[in-house]
Structure formats: C-alpha cells, structure tokens
Design a protein around this ligand. Structure first.
Ligand code: UDP
Length: 235
C-alpha cells in the first residue's frame, strides 16, 4: 500500500500510495515540543493518537464535516485524501491556557465569554508566528471567503467536540486544527485531532493531553489511553 515517503513531520510520516489521490499517514511513537528542540521516543503513542484521531474524524464526518479521513489501516496507519495543506494553524480557545494565558497575563482555567479563534502561520523557520486576517490575505494564504469558512467550520467543530468530550467528563480547553484543499480545491479538515493538539481537563483539573509531556506531569501514554477509553464510551 505504502509507496514513497513524501513528508516526515514531527508526529507523522506521510507516504504516497498506488492511488495518487490517497496517502498513508503513519503516526509516530515520538513526542516533540519547542519546534522539535525537545524530542522523546514514547512507545505506544502512535497507536493511541491514530486511534483517537480516527474515532474523532469518523464522528465529525458523520456530523457532516468534510475531512481527509478515509479509513484506519492498522495500529499506527491511516489512509487520507491527499490535500494541499493551508499553512495555518487554526487555534480555538474556550478557556484560557498556555500561550494565551501567558500573553495576556491571565490565570490558566478562566473560561472565555465566547470561543475565540487565533491563526498561526505554519513556518518552522519563523517559529509559527501569530498572524491575523489582513496578513493572511496579504500573503495570499487564503482569501476572505476562505478565512470565513475556516472560522465558521472551526466554531462548528468546537460545538461538536465540546459536547462529546463533556459527555465523558472532559472539558475541551483549546485545540489546533489544520485544513487543506482537495484535488477540486475544496477546503476540508486535515491533519489530526488528538490530545497532541488539544487541551483536555477532567473534573478535577487533571491534564489529559500533551501538557503531561510538556510539563513532566506523568506518563503520556497512560493519559492518552484514558482519553481513548472514555471516547469509546460515546454512543
Ligand atoms: N498547538 C498545537 N501545535 C502547535 C501549537 C499549539 O497543536 O504548534 C495546540 C496546543 O496543544 C493547544 C492549542 O494549540 O491545545 C493552543 O496552544 P498554545 O498557543 O496555548 O501553545 P502552547 O502553550 O501549547 O505552546
């Protein structure tokens, strides 16, 4: 099925397949932070992020969200539609945490009156700078109509995810999405959704996400396993 390695990222390797419109994503047993400056091998992580992301993408597709997900192939592999990634990290925040809390001098854990969206320009050389709608249009990353679509789709995805996570006792604090254009130029949700790119707190404020790695709070695979088991409880 897999042919050639076409991209090696921090969390996934992407391979071409026999079908030029499909790729195979292989989720790595590795965690990184600070743009790769800290990197650790974590056995079992790839299988967990692949399973969690597959489960979430299937549910999103069922709810009518257009995504690149085709099917899970094995423990660490899934098949995806090939897309041209729009070089934006679309971050949505429900509660203050991380860089947002730091930037505005807020405590972590303060609920925001309404969800807010931030864009970051995906560029390793530039360290993924914060970017606004005017910059996005100026740099021709996306036009106004596309920016509006990215925002409305991200708000809609947030409502679905918040509901699912709250059903299993988890509070969705914030998350990052990436979108791409398929061969017809249609924007679809791409990349992954797992505790690697969101924050999830339980009722006691325990972190069940990558902050466990970033802040040395315990075993990352133990908490990812908990998230997967909880999500499996959903109808
Ligand atoms: N995030 C991500 N990739 C990045 C930066 C952030 O997936 O390169 C996610 C992160 O896991 C969190 C949200 O986006 O769920 C907001 O992250 P924040 O800006 O607070 O940055 P951090 O504190 O993680 O550096």
């Amino acid at each position: 099925m897999k042919k050639e390695l076409i991209y090696s990222g921090k969390a996934k390797d992407l391979y071409s397949s026999e079908d030029e419109n499909l790729i195979v994503s292989v989720y790595k047993d590795q965690a990184t932070m600070l743009n790769g400056a800290r990197k650790e091998a974590i056995v079992g992580k790839g299988a967990l992020t692949n399973q969690i992301s597959s489960l979430i993408f299937q549910r999103l597709a069922h709810a009518g969200v257009a995504t690149h997900f085709v099917k899970q192939l094995s423990d660490r592999e899934q098949m995806n539609q090939k897309v041209d990634i729009i070089p934006l990290e679309v971050v949505l925040r429900n509660v203050s945490a991380g860089s947002f809390a730091k930037r505005f001098g807020m405590e972590e854990g303060e609920p925001l009156e309404q969800p807010i969206i931030e864009f970051y320009y995906k560029s390793d050389e530039l360290d993924d700078p914060f970017i606004n709608d005017d910059h996005i249009r100026l740099l021709k990353i996306a036009n106004q109509e596309e920016i509006s679509y990215l925002k409305s789709e991200t708000y809609r995805i947030n409502e679905l995810l918040k509901d699912w996570f709250s059903q299993v006792g988890l509070n969705l604090i914030d998350f990052k999405l990436e979108f791409g254009k398929d061969r017809d130029g249609k924007i679809i949700l791409a990349d992954e959704f797992s505790p690697d790119n969101c924050r999830l707190w339980d009722e006691n404020g325990n972190h069940l996400d990558k902050d466990v790695f970033r802040r040395n709070l315990g075993s990352l695979t133990d908490v990812y396993k908990m998230v997967l088991e909880k999500l499996k409880e959903l109808d």
